[in-house]
Design a protein around this ligand. Structure first.
Ligand code: SF4
Length: 370
C-alpha cells in the first residue's frame, strides 16, 4: 500500500468503513495466515478531552473501524493507549467515549501505562516498547492530524509514543524527540494508519484551538502519510526531521509523488462546509479571511498557513479579506483568492483544496511587501 487515500466528509463512522472497504483491509489481514488474528487499535487519547477539542481520536471513527472488523468476522481486537505523562489513561478512555465503545463491541481497553515492556535496539538506540502492541498480529494506528509545539506536526509516527512507558516518554524528550520517534517506528511499525483529520489542532497536541478539516487519510506507509500531512499543515517533509530519519531506517518513503493522495470522493468535499470551532488563535486569524461557503479542507489549509505566517512575523503585512469558498465561483475580483473557486480573481492560487504549504509559498510570492 504505497499510497495515501483520502476521504472527505464529517460522518466519521461511515468514512472509516468506506476507507477500509476501498483498501480491502479484511483481505490484507487474512493474508497474515492466522485463523483469528489479534488486532490492536491505537487511538490518540493524549488527554481526557473530547474529539471536538482537536486533540483526541474521534470515537465515531473507531466505531467505524470496529464495525468493519466485526462484520468481517474478526473477534480478537483490543484498544490500547497510554495517555501523556500526568494524565490517567482510564480517565481518557472514559471521557473520550471509549468505555461505551468497549461495551458496545465487547473489546477490552488496555492501559499501556500498566503494561510490561521490551527493549529493542534500533540503529544503536535502545527503545523500550510496551509488550501488548508488540504482541498483536495487525496494528491499526489511529492518530489525529494536528500541529505540535515542538515537532511542528504530530500524526502517524509520533502517535506511537503512546506505546512506550512513561519513563521512556520523558527520555524521548531529553533526546530531542526526532531520533527516538524514528527508531520507535522501526521497532513498532503499524500495518495500517487511519488519520482522524476531521478536527485537528492549530498549535498544540493537547487541543484548544480546533480546526475543522473534514477529511480522513489512510495508508500502509506511516512515513508517507506524515510526509503528506506535513505539507497539508504548511511544512516540507524535511522540516520535520523524524520523517526523513524514519525513511532512512527503511520504515517507509518520504517521497511524495503526483499520485498522492488518491481521493475517494473528490466531489464530497464541497459538502463538508462547517464553521471552525471556538479558539482564540483561530478567531484572530479569521480577520484575514473572507469566507463564502468554503469547504472545510480548504478553509483548514488557509488557517494553518496563516498560523505559519503569524509565527514568521509576516501575518500583519498581509492584506485582510483573502477570498476563499464556493461563493466566489465565476466572480471577478481584484484581491487575493485561495483555491480554484477564486479563479476569477487577478491573483489566486489554484487547487481544490490547496495545501497549506502551497498557500504559504503563494502568499510569499504574490503579496506586495513579501
Ligand atoms: S477550491 Fe472551492 S470547491 Fe475546492 S475545496 Fe476550496 S472551496 Fe471547496
Amino acid at each position: 500500500m504505497g499510497e495515501v487515500t483520502v476521504i472527505y466528509g464529517h460522518h466519521a463512522e461511515r468514512m472509516a468503513i468506506s476507507l477500509m472497504e476501498a483498501m480491502h483491509i479484511a483481505q490484507e489481514i487474512r493474508r497474515i495466515g492466522k485463523e483469528d488474528p489479534y488486532i490492536g487499535l491505537k487511538p490518540n487519547l493524549v488527554v481526557a478531552q473530547p474529539a471536538h477539542w482537536g486533540a483526541t481520536t474521534s470515537p465515531e471513527l473507531v466505531r467505524g473501524v470496529l464495525r468493519y472488523l466485526k462484520e468481517h468476522g474478526f473477534t480478537k481486537i483490543a484498544i490500547m493507549e497510554s495517555s501523556w505523562v500526568g494524565e490517567q489513561t482510564a480517565d481518557a478512555f472514559r471521557f473520550c467515549g471509549y468505555e461505551a465503545l468497549s461495551q458496545e463491541f465487547d473489546v477490552p481497553l488496555i492501559d499501556l501505562k500498566e503494561d510490561a515492556y521490551e527493549e529493542i535496539e534500533v540503529d544503536g538506540l535502545p527503545v523500550k516498547v510496551c509488550r501488548e502492541p508488540l504482541r498483536v498480529d495487525y496494528l491499526i494506528n489511529l492518530p489525529v492530524l494536528k500541529a505540535h509545539c515542538q515537532t511542528k506536526i504530530t500524526c502517524a509516527l509520533k502517535n506511537l509514543k503512546g506505546c512506550i512507558p512513561d519513563q521512556e516518554k520523558r527520555r524521548f524528550h531529553r533526546l530531542g524527540l526526532h531520533r527516538p520517534i524514528a527508531c520507535l517506528s522501526k521497532a513498532l511499525r503499524p500495518h495500517l494508519t487511519i488519520v482522524d483529520g476531521l478536527i485537528g489542532d492549530l498549535t498544540h497536541e493537547e487541543g484548544g484551538n480546533p480546526v475543522r478539516m473534514g477529511l480522513m487519510l489512510a495508508g500502509g506507509d506511516p512515513v508517507l502519510i506524515d510526509a503528506y500531512v506535513a505539507e497539508l499543515l504548511g511544512y516540507e517533509g524535511k522540516d520535520i526531521p523524524y520523517i526523513g530519519l524514519a525513511a532512512q531506517l527503511g520504515v517507509g518513503s518520504d517521497q511524495l509523488s503526483e499520485d498522492v493522495p488518491v481521493e475517494l470522493n473528490p466531489g464530497d468535499k464541497e459538502t463538508t462546509i462547517g464553521p471552525i470551532e471556538a479558539g482564540m488563535e483561530v478567531d484572530y486569524l479569521r480577520h484575514w479571511i473572507n469566507d463564502d461557503n468554503a469547504c472545510s479542507p480548504c478553509f483548514g489549509s488557509l488557517v494553518y498557513a496563516l498560523m505559519r505566517l503569524k509565527k514568521e512575523g509576516r501575518l500583519e503585512n498581509l492584506p485582510k479579506g483573502i477570498a476563499i469558498g464556493q461563493g466566489f465561483k465565476k466572480q471577478q475580483g481584484t484581491g487575493i483568492g485561495i483555491g480554484s473557486c477564486t479563479a476569477g480573481f487577478e491573483t489566486f492560487l489554484p487547487g481544490c483544496p490547496p495545501k497549506a504549504k502551497d498557500i504559504i509559498q503563494f502568499l510569499h510570492n504574490h503579496v506586495p511587501g513579501e
